[in-house]
Design a protein around this ligand. Structure first.
Ligand code: AMP
Length: 424
């Protein structure tokens, strides 16, 4: 946090009013840095993870411009285009505009795939001030001449790293090619790998650069732990963790990440059978199924959500206290995104990752990316010291823990979990 207050930022009165109502007292670091630059009309290259308040950092200056210079909308056009990699993120960003812009007169709509296009076409007919879209469906509608990008003044590319991971580079380039050259462009990514910087260069003009977390490091407030265990033991350790959550004084939500859709379904089912109300969200579920599951999760009716990477993108739930990587992601950046689901908006969070023999390579890549070893948590019934040692040998010069005579298994009663010795 910085010393700057929102009052000191030259935002229009309806925005100051909403910030007071939301009880946002202090701008987050990215807001404090980006908002003044954006109000001056600068292009921006922002390196920031989810949970840093980056949505408000671009939504507030854009809403300010819309409020200060209202314009009649042109048919099928938009003044602002925000591109997001997934529909969940698009919905989340749309909601943020609605929230922050509740005292500003403006029109907005969303365009994303997986649902019928007719309502989206109708919503665009008379034009909008803000359009939040995913690339694929947007291009479909442009090709059918339902959307025209020639009036875009503000262009935001959100979560670009993810966009590229999902194979949207060509679509993004095509969309950028349709934008007017005179525009203000904002580019946000959690990491700034060379291909991302290269893309930014082709989109931004003399951009100001704002970097919140150093490239690809994980949020500091998250307590991260890695557990070495057999694949078959994962379910048992997960249940132990969930028991701990259920018995905790303060009820918190848990997101469990699975690599596959099938795995997510199976796991949610087995958790329900074991007495832990759980839902699964993944790409095969319909939009309304996903929204219902998210809603039940947010209300705490099903306090456990089993998700795949794509489905969890943009899930913004304040009370997620625990993220479990049931499977390690094969893309190291996904780890950063996953654990960023907890410790949002200044809260504390814990992220426990399970690593079985077939995942040692993934763990190595993750630790390389976050530039630190993930602290071990060995103090559970299913710890496999041999695996931990193999990881240690391949990756670190020394392990904090000596071998155990019983091959790593140790008797332990109760459901309480403790951090491993020498770690948190
Ligand atoms: P984001 O990184 O944009 O996804 O925002 C993460 C969360 O922080 C959201 O739940 C926002 O509502 C919240 N938030 C954003 N800015 C502030 C702020 N200045 N003060 C308090 N909460 C904030």
């Amino acid at each position: 946090m910085t010393d700057t207050s929102f009052e000191a930022l030259p935002l229009a009165a309806p925005l100051h009013r909403v910030l007071r109502e939301l009880e946002y007292n202090t701008p987050s670091p990215i807001q404090a840095q980006a908002i003044p630059l954006l109000l001056q009309g600068r292009d921006l290259l922002g390196c920031a993870q989810t949970g840093t308040g980056k949505t408000a950092s671009f939504a507030l200056p854009i809403l300010h411009a819309i409020h200060e210079q209202p314009k009649a909308s042109h048919p099928r056009s938009c003044r602002t285009l925000v591109l997001a990699p997934t529909r969940e993120l698009a919905i989340q960003v749309g909601k943020s505009f609605t929230t922050y812009g509740q005292h500003v007169r403006f029109k907005q709509t969303l365009i994303y795939g997986g649902v019928g296009q007719v309502p989206q076409v109708n919503a665009m007919r008379n034009g909008v001030d803000v359009l939040v879209a995913t690339p694929g469906r947007l291009l479909d509608l442009i090709e059918q001449r339902h959307v025209d990008l020639s009036k875009v003044e503000f262009f935001v590319l959100d979560e670009v790293d993810r966009m590229l991971d999902m194979g949207f580079l060509r679509d993004v380039k095509k969309i950028v090619g349709m934008l007017p050259t005179k525009r203000q462009s904002l580019f946000f990514s959690a990491t700034l790998a060379p291909n991302i910087v290269e893309l930014a260069r082709t989109i931004l003009q003399n951009p100001a650069q704002v970097s919140i977390a150093p490239e690809a490091t994980t949020a500091e407030k998250i307590q991260q732990q890695i557990c070495f265990l057999d694949r078959d033991a994962k379910r048992h350790l997960l249940e132990q963790l969930l028991r701990g959550q259920a018995n905790a004084k303060e009820q918190k939500l848990t997101i469990v990440f699975s690599r596959t859709k099938h795995g997510a379904n199976k796991l949610a089912k087995s958790l329900c059978a074991a007495g832990f109300p759980a839902d699964a969200i993944h790409g095969n579920k319909s939009q309304s199924q996903r929204e219902k599951a998210l809603d039940r999760f947010k209300k705490g009716l099903t306090p456990v959500l089993v998700a795949t990477d794509v489905a969890a993108r943009g899930v913004d739930v304040k009370d997620v206290g625990l993220v479990v990587n049931f499977d390690l992601p094969n893309e190291p950046e996904a780890y950063v995104h996953r654990i960023g689901r907890t410790a949002r908006a200044g809260a504390e969070g814990r992220a426990v990752s399970f690593c079985s023999e077939d995942e040692l390579e993934f763990l190595r890549e993750i630790e390389k990316t976050i530039r630190m070893p993930i602290p071990r948590w060995d103090d559970h019934d299913w710890h496999q010291e041999a695996l931990a040692e193999r990881h240690g040998r391949g990756h670190r010069s020394s392990s904090n823990q000596g071998p155990r005579p019983n091959g790593g298994r140790r008797p332990q009663g109760g459901g309480r979990h403790r951090a491993g010795r020498g770690h948190r």
